[in-house]
Structures are given as structure tokens and as C-alpha cells.
Design a protein around this ligand. Sequence first.
Ligand code: SER
Length: 770
Amino acid sequence: MLTSVDVRQKFIDYFVDKGHSAQKSASLVPEDKTVLLTIAGMLPFKPYFLGKKVPPFNRATSVQKCIRTNDLENVGRTPRHQTFFEMLGNFSFGDYFKKDAIIYAWDLLTNHYKLPKDKLYVSVYKEDDEAIALWSEFTDVDKTQIVRLDKDNNFWESGPTGPCGPCSEIYYDYGVEYGCGNPDCAPGCDCNRFVEIWNLVFMEFNKNEKGELSPLPKKNIDTGMGLERICSVLQNVKSNFETDLFTPITKELLKLAKAESKVSLYVVADHARAVTFMIADGIYPSNEGRGYILKKIIRRAIRHGKILGINEAFLCKICLLVIDNYKIFYNELWENRALIEEIVNTEETNFSKTLDFGLSLLEEIITDKKQISGEDAFKLFDTFGFPLELTMEIAEEKKVSVDTQRFEGLMEEQRTRARGNAVFYKDGESKPKGGEAIVAKNEQERIEMARHHSVTHLLQAALRQVLGTHVTQAGSLVSTDRLRFDFTHPKALTTQQLQEVEHIVNEKIMANLEVAICEKTYDEAIQEGAMALFTEKYENLVRVVKMGSFSTELCGGTHVNRTGDIGLFKIVSEAAISNGIRRIEAVAGSYALALINHKLEIIDSITLDYQISSENVLDKFTQLRKENSDLKKEKTSLLSSILLVQLKTDFDAHKIMINNIPIIIKSMENVIFPDNPKDVLDKLPESTVEFVALIINNTTENKISIIIKASNKLITHYKISAGELLKETAKILEGNGGGRPDYAQGGGKNASQIPQALDFLKKTLEERLK
Ligand code: SER
């Protein structure tokens, strides 16, 4: 039996032998900006198909990492649906066409993978007589097993626009027992009998925005065979999840699972692969674009883990297993294992905390409603981190609908709030859009606005240079006196990284780069590498702002003429705003100068006050800190001694005897309390007192402190517990606290209750020590 390793290798070897150049899988984050994720093996080669770039080879072959999430809810429910999969492909860029593509595919399947010919069916686009003739003449496929299918089945398009063409698909017949029983059951039927294993696309057209087809400069071939599908056929199993690509993962999951659910088992196995590969390619959980897809997949996996009865954190463990299983082919998994571990752990910890609350809230909502309102779905999203799709999935299981329209409305309102204002991707001026209003005064403010605006572009490019190209804009605010930039990145920036980013931006300012603005078609701009927001809809003609060769962005805002006009840039703060999203606040131009001057003034006034030079400020503060800490220590020991003396002085007056046991239960006013009251009580010998309860009322600070200490004898013989008594006492004083049986500490708020508290303690002891 061929293992998945053999299947990959045989495929590549076959096509290399036929003159193809073996290409490494491209990233799941495509360079092509028409899709969020790499959905097919052809995507990295799109510029070659379109004739926009000259390919360095005429033939190529690859095993491409792909993600498709359009059928997310079907994953685990059918034998074939997955999010992550590997696509085996061979490609011709204006070299061979239909005939050779057909011959190669048939030869590889029947002579090398040795699939029985009677099990193979072929579909062709209904108008493609040429393909029918080629299959009949150049292969020995049974002619009765060739079917014509319509455009929906046999015309392949990579998206709403772009290269496309008729295709021919090869199906494997699993046998009549897997069929729907319909006498018309044939390739193209939705049941599990005929499984499409290989798609040969005869890519000869380009589709424009109006849906019109025009011939491509050259005729090409794009083929794709899902590795998991061909493995399930070759390994003679019923489902992709039973192939050796999944079994190590499902085996491990079964060890952890306490409940049985095939669907959940497969969902988690599939999602763990997707999550691992996505993070390795620089995608981080966020609320937008592919980051949101990742977040959705992670949270869905965690929920299905729960259905499997796994109550501990598990996803990270499974992702590490995925890394181990796939690292020989995909070194990036191994290189990014620490990051994968960190992100999955954080997400799992965060989501697990709210999952139970969210689920019980959802249960409540569902009990008394037929429809989950947009407000409730939004609350689940906003407060409990439930992606809408998760709420919908659970709702569907309970046969309840969700008001998704209202949800989207609320989401949009939140986005608008988050963006604040100054959506600078709109025509011309930077316009306020809700949030904090900008009052556009008179010329100076316009310049300051342009400075903050332009420097945001430099900041984004510098962040990508220092942190990596996973950094994308997640929100932005530009005003006359500051900027705020939100971006995807999994962890806090180090001081060094922040300094580096700031330094690069200032360097680019000093380089006085030209800010060139021109209009282009969207496609052209994107091909040239312009940064765009996935959440925005762009017109076909877009405004491109280029700062030297350092930054290119689509943007409609007001800009400076040269980067030197920005003057200066200074980062004010960096923080997390949600999981995987960081925020930098910064200032430019005269505001940056004002900030720096302000900081220098502070230093100047310190040097004046302390009569030291600015170089000595740090040393001086280190010395002062040490002196301060020494003084604190002295104060504590002094306060302890005072309290001890006070206690000892009053001792006999306050000591009471219960059942011949010496006890102190007293309140004191305005005693200055040391940090370590236990040390003080420990200095009172047990022979003279077996139980001490002090309630200290600090009237100036409006604070009541309670401390209780019990001897070992009281704990063991009379079952007295300082911790338990403290809890009750604190309750009477409307506060809280607790501790161990021998010592406990707490606080209260209501001083008028002190007599009751003392009374309670006294009565309890009288009761217990009888
Ligand atoms: N692009 C085609 C597909 O994804 C063939 O690879 O099916």
C-alpha cells in the first residue's frame, strides 16, 4: 500500500521526469490579492497564466498547501470536506495543452499508481468535443465511462475574475454500495459513490469584471489532485480522515476523548492541521480577514474538543503533533513551532475561560426563543468571543435561526467606532466618520494632519520590515495631533523593536523621499505590491501613494510632498487591544517635537532640583530608590515593635479566660499597622495567649483590618480555624478575607458593626471551648 509520502513523491518524480520544474509550496497567504488564502495550486502561477510575468520554466509541478473554508460546516460530516488540504498539480505555461495533460494523468493513475481502469470515470465540459476525442484516442478509458457535464461542474474559475477554462475531471467509483441508489447516479452526483480525484483545467480564457471571456495570450494547463482524496483511494479507505494523513492525529485525540463523536473527532483533526499551517505562514487570530478565519477555526476546534469530553487544554498538543508529522515536508512548521504553541495556547486559554459561560447563555437564549436576535449574537461575539458561525452552528443543531442581518449591522457600527474617524481610504480629504470629531482649522492643521497621515504609511512599512510581513493594518486613526495604528502581531514589541521601528521611520523622513501619487487600476496596483485593506471595497481605479520604494499603499488621503516634510516621528505607546492585535500611538511633526521638548523639560527640572547633571539622573534615582527601600524596612520594624509594646502593655487588661484558656479579642483604633502583622503576633508566646483576634479601625483611611491567630492546641483539640472565623467576622464587617487554620487576615468596611464582630468571636469561642 502506498503511504502519503510515496504518493507525493511519485507525483513529483513523474512530472519532473516529464520535464517539469518542481516548485516548493507557496505560502497560504497569497501574493494574489483577489483571495484571502491560497485556494489552489495554480494561484502562485497566476501572473504566468495571465501573461503578466514571463515564467522561468514552461512546465512546473508542485504540492501546494491550500485552505478552503466555504464549506466549513460540512467538515467532519462528509468523508471529503476539509479546510486544509494539499493539492498535487502539474502546470503548463503556454507549452503542452489538452492532449498531453490527458495522457499524463491517465498514465500516472493507471500505470504508476496502478488504479484499476474500470473504476475510473471521466467527465468533460459538455461542449468540449475535442477533449472527448482526445480521451478516446489517446487513452484506454472505457468510452461508456466518459460523461459530459455542464458549466457548473466542468468549467473552472479561480474567482469572479481571472484565468479560467473548461475542465475534465477524473472520478473514482467507490462502488454501487456507496451510491444514492438513484438509477441516474453518475459522476457529478452529490453522493459518495463517484469521487472526483483529479481536475484538469484547460486554461485558455480570462474573465473580466463584466463576466466576459477573452482568450489568454497562451493556452495553459492547470491540474489539481487533492492529496487526501487520492490517498483514500490508494489506501482503500472510505474517508480522507482514515488515511495516514489523519490517523496519527485522530489516534492521539481518541486517547484524550471521553465522549464519542466522529464528526467532532474529524473537525478537530482537520482544524488542528489548518491552524498549525496558517500560523506558520504568519496568520494570527484577529477580527478581520484571514485572521478572523483562523480565529473561527481555532474556536470551532475548541468547542468540538469539548463535545469530545476533553476538558483540559488539548489543541496545542495536537498542533505540536501536526508539526511533528509534517515538518519533513514543511520546514516552516518546525521553524515557527514556538509561535504556533504560544498563539494556540493563548487562544485556548482565553476562549476556554468564556466558552462555558457563552454556551450556558446561549442555552438560555435558545430555550425561550425561536430566533437568536442580532443583539444576542453580537453579545456572544463581543463578550464571549463566539464567532457568528459558531453561534449559527449551535443554533442550527437546536433548530433555531439567527438574525444575521442585525448582527452584521451591529458589527459595522463597532467597526466604525473602532476605526474612530479619518478613514483615509476615501476620496480626497480625510473625513471624520463618527468617533472623535476633528475640527479642521485654518492651514497648520492641514499640514499636521498630512504629516500624521503620511507617517502612518512609513510606520506600517517599518513594522513589516522589523516584525515580518504578517503585519497588516487592523484599524487606524489619524488626527492633527496624533495617530493610532492597530495591526496584527501576536505579542508585545520589545523596547529594541520599538526603537528600531522608530529609527527606520525617522531615517526615511530624513531621506526626504518623494511622495508620488498616481491612479491605477486596482489589479495593476496590487500586482505592483501596493498594500490594501481586505475589509475595504475599492473602485476599479484606485489612488496609489508611493514613498520612494519604501512604501506603496492604496490611499485617498492628504499627504505631504516629501517625507522630509513630516519633520520627526516619536512613538508614545504600544499595547494590546485584543488577542493578536497591537496598537501603536505616535506623534509626528511639531507634536513630536513638543513631546520631546516636554520630556527634556522634565529632566531639566530634575537636574535643577537635585543639583545634578542630566548624565547623573539615573545614578541619582538608583541611589534614592535604595535609600527609600531601606527606610521602608526600618519603618516596618519600628511599627512592629510599637504594636508589640502596645499589645503587651494592655495585655492583662484585655486578656480573658475561657475554660481556663487565655484569649485576646479586642478592637484598637488608629494603630499604625505594620506590613507583617503575623510577625508581631508570633512574638506573643503561646503560653501566655492561645487565641488573638484584633480588629483595627483606621478612621483616617476609613479602613478596618482584621487579624486572627489560633494556637495548635485550639486547632487540634477544639477544631478552631482562624481562616473560618475570619471569613465570618469579615462578613459581619462587610468585607472579606481568609487564611489558614493558624493565621488569617482580612478587611472590613462597616465600623459600626465592630461590637457585633467582637461579640460573635467571643460567643463562638465560648461555645467551642466548652
Ligand atoms: N485549479 C483547479 C482546481 O483547483 C485545478 O487545479 O480544481
